[in-house]
Design a protein around this ligand. Structure first.
Ligand code: PAF
Length: 283
């Protein structure tokens, strides 16, 4: 496995692979890899001849007061995880390699990016769409792999690929959880032991609501109230949002008639965590 830092070098590897007739999978990440990322890489390896993992903390998707400078980084460990999972190349560029100093071109989206996380992170998805477009142009993958934990991001990327005719298959992969249910996230490392315990309230509240939906509850208001009530039992938790939205349009729904996404963002101390479940009334 190779760690590549320059776009030019990566392009020449891709050209060579294409010449050999290989299919290519891309797993975009911001590094500090955990089992969730590893599951994406393993899936990509099983479905493609060659796999590139990008490992890049993308500055354009962080707001002014967010955690860009403190975002955890460990390239040595990441390289070992990628190698073990069977990746061929880790693309680890410096920010200057990805963005010209006077960069003024961005990929932005209306609609899907305005609600949920977009409300409190208004420039986040512009940064995500821009960097993912750049990675798609550099790697030209056949397939790209994203986790369902970032459900809004997955919906946004699917829509971007459709609207801009990227011709890349977007593969969504299930949330990977710790044994006690906490969704894996690089940001979990910010939690103190007390906060780590408190963070369980995200999965607990969602699981209870999912059971209610499975038992036949179709009123979105009732499900949201149950989640809010449950989160409020945890003193260290502060709700950013609790929403039930249409799985494709991400528009809020009043009742469940089609596939929905129940999505939450909750601060545990200073750490903002997200989690969700998908539910289909026919299932
Ligand atoms: O999900 C992430 O880690 C990032 O948003 C992504 C898709 C790698 C873009 O920087």
């Amino acid at each position: 496995m190779q760690v590549v830092t320059s776009i030019e070098e990566l392009r020449s590897i891709i050209k060579w692979w294409r010449g050999e007739g290989h299919s290519i999978g891309l797993v975009p990440t911001m590094g500090y890899l955990h089992e969730g990322h590893k599951s994406l890489i393993v899936k990509a390896v099983s479905e493609n001849d060659r796999v590139v993992v990008s490992d890049f903390v993308n500055p354009t998707q962080f707001g002014a007061n967010e955690d860009l400078s403190s975002y955890p980084r460990d390239m040595e460990r990441d390289a070992a995880v990628c190698e073990e999972a069977g990746a061929d190349v880790v693309f680890h560029p410096e920010p200057e390699e990805m963005y010209f100093e006077d960069n003024c071109t961005f990929v932005d989206m209306d609609g899907l990016t305005k609600g949920l996380c977009g409300k409190s992170r208004p420039t986040h998805f512009r940064g995500v769409c821009t960097v993912v477009s750049k990675l798609f142009h550099i790697v030209t993958p056949d397939r790209a792999y994203f986790g369902q934990k970032d459900a809004q991001q997955l919906a946004v990327i699917r829509r971007m690929v459709r609207d801009l005719n990227f011709g890349i298959s977007i593969v969504g992969c299930p949330i990977v959880r710790e044994e006690d249910g906490l969704a894996m996230s690089s940001r979990n490392t910010y939690l103190s032991p007390k906060e780590r315990k408190a963070a369980l309230i995200l999965h607990k509240s969602l699981s209870a609501a999912e059971e209610m939906a499975k038992a036949g509850e179709r009123d979105a208001g009732k499900l949201i109230s149950a989640i809010v009530k449950s989160i409020k039992t945890e003193p260290l938790a502060r709700i950013d949002y609790v929403e039930l939205v249409d799985a494709e349009t991400l528009e809020p729904v009043g009742s469940i008639k089609a596939p929905i996404l129940a999505a939450i963002a909750v601060y545990i101390g200073k750490t903002r965590l997200i989690d969700n479940f998908s539910f289909s009334p026919e299932a």
